[in-house]
Design a protein around this ligand. Structure first.
Ligand SMILES: Nc1nc2c(ncn2[C@@H]2O[C@H](COP(=O)(O)OP(=O)(O)OP(=O)(O)O)[C@@H](O)[C@H]2O)c(=O)[nH]1
Ligand SMILES: [Mg+2]
Length: 463
């Protein structure tokens, strides 16, 4: 059986966050226009929510109500049965003169008659003024159920209690706090569940929508974690060779490693933003942590590593100062195999097996460069914290993304899958001889599981 389409009208006083709420519920950053002044939205416009196969919900954004006190007097003065709300509204809408005079209100009332339910958005920083109660009284005339949505409840100026009390007095008992700036799947779920309990016949529609949302959310999260795992494997397995006799070639390959790493990280940032439907442009004016949709600090710069609390350079030999690139050949030359494996490269690098590789390279007169653990840690942490913020971020949020207080990956060692990637240059799409195999896929899946745990541990307070 086809599930009925639910039409939801988002209504309320002007500048209360109606358009922002539609953005957050539809996950569409670019829906309508949002501005901190009244009268921003002038027309009714809609967005459809549904699966690929069917539309389930239509959300209608509407212009703000501004003139309720006058309108209620006008409606009262109309002839006919006082308590027959829908008829009075029909009368009002049939009068071109009145419709012209109460232009915004007329659009909203027309919408209410066509919709199945109204979400009345309240800015709880406002005192409970008579004009808001007039709005509710007018909307009630339409005979459609109303759910009051309290916005800005997180503000220090919130008067949520006063509002709840006042709404109960006018018999509006279905009330929900919903911060348009935060995308909290739980609140979103509660909103739709409340609607299901208020409305007859729409339970299957709302159930299906909630299921779809949940699946979509976990699928998106899975794809995002996978994108991070792919980035880390690509960078861990990245290798560049150079002739030991040529300092110029070494310098060129170092530059190449830096360029490739930065580019690869940027590709991951863009994948994450796109998955969560945030575009690069959304951050043009935002200051942190992305500038123009990019991390401002290149991942292989010593300053960036220092910023993330990484110490580097000890084992880099001739490469010291370039930041987080290890050089198998010079390491071997300056320190000798024993020291190299035991101490200099560190326990986490997973280069143990490369002693043979190193000798081979040296015999051929070739050196080999790769990206160090510390840089991998920075990459992992930056992407995880970006993802954690994207997951929580409402599309109606006016705030730029902020960096997390804790800027360090808490892991002691790199995940084993990454250490393994070091021995498989073929696993990196950044290498010329890239050849993804089953083992890479297995490593990637393991890494995803570990990153998923890390993601849960990302502390998003003070949000
Ligand atoms: N911090 C915060 N700001 C919000 C929230 N909701 C809306 N805003 C801001 O409030 C202002 C008004 O938001 P809009 O969504 O344009 O309000 P509206 O009700 O559609 O306004 P009109 O179309 O003019 O009636 C904008 O500056 C939003 O960024 C919220 O939940 N938290
Ligand atoms: Mg608006």
């Amino acid at each position: 059986m086809k599930t009925p389409l639910l039409r939801i009208a988002v209504v309320g006083h002007t500048n209360t966050g109606k358009t922002s709420l539609v953005r957050t519920l539809s996950h569409q950053r670019r829906f309508g226009t949002v501005a901190d002044r009244g009268g921003t939205t002038r027309q009714v416009s809609a967005v459809r929510l549904g699966t690929a196969a069917e539309a389930l919900v239509e959300l209608y954004d509407s212009p703000g109500l501004e003139n309720a006190p006058q309108l209620i007097e006008t409606l009262d003065a109309l002839p006919g049965e006082r308590h027959d709300g829908p008829t009075r509204i029909a009368q009002f809408l049939a009068d071109p003169e009145l419709v012209r005079r109460f232009d915004q209100e007329a659009r909203v009332l027309e919408l209410m008659l066509a919709a199945d339910v109204g979400l009345y958005v309240i800015d709880v920083r406002e005192p409970v003024l008579e004009k808001y109660l007039d709005e509710l009284a007018i909307l009630a005339l339409g005979g459609r159920p109303l759910l009051a949505v309290l916005n800005f409840t997180a503000s220090s100026e919130s008067r949520e209690d006063k509002w709840r009390e006042a709404l109960a007095r006018v018999q509006l008992h279905t009330v929900l706090s919903f911060d348009a700036a935060v995308r909290d799947p739980l609140t979103e779920r509660r909103l739709f569940e409340k609607l299901a309990s208020m409305l007859d016949g729409f339970e299957p529609t709302l159930k299906r929508w909630l299921e779809h949302r949940r699946d979509e959310e976990s699928e998106r999260r899975r794809s995002a974690v996978k994108a991070i795992a792919e980035l880390l494997i690509d960078v861990a397995a990245l290798r560049r060779d150079y002739a030991l006799s040529s300092a110029a070639e070494r310098a060129r390959e170092l530059g190449e490693i830096r360029r490739l790493t930065r580019q690869r990280e940027q590709a991951c940032v863009e994948t994450l933003l796109a998955l969560y439907r945030f575009a690069r442009d959304d951050y043009r004016e935002a200051e942190l942590p992305l500038v123009d949709g990019q991390w401002p600090d290149p991942p292989l710069d010593p300053q960036t590593l220092a910023l993330y609390g990484m110490r580097t350079g000890r084992h880099l030999g001739a490469g010291a100062g370039i930041g987080a690139v290890f050089d198998v050949a010079t390491g071997g030359l300056s320190l000798g195999a024993g020291t190299l494996v035991g101490g200099a490269i560190g326990a986490g690098t997973g280069l143990l097996r490369s002693a043979g590789e190193r000798m081979l390279e040296r015999a051929r007169g070739r050196g080999r460069l790769g990206v160090d653990d510390s840089a991998l840690r920075v990459l992992a942490w930056r992407q995880l914290s970006l993802l954690a913020q994207l997951i929580r971020r409402g599309h109606g949020s006016p705030e730029p993304l902020t960096p997390t207080a804790e800027s360090r990956w808490k892991r002691e060692r790199l995940p084993a899958a990454l250490s393994r990637a070091r021995h498989h240059p073929g696993w990196s799409a950044l290498n010329d001889d890239a050849a993804g195999d089953d083992a890479r896929q297995t490593a990637c899946a393991r890494l995803c599981a570990e990153l998923e745990q890390d993601l849960n541990a990302v502390d998003m307070s003070p949000d």
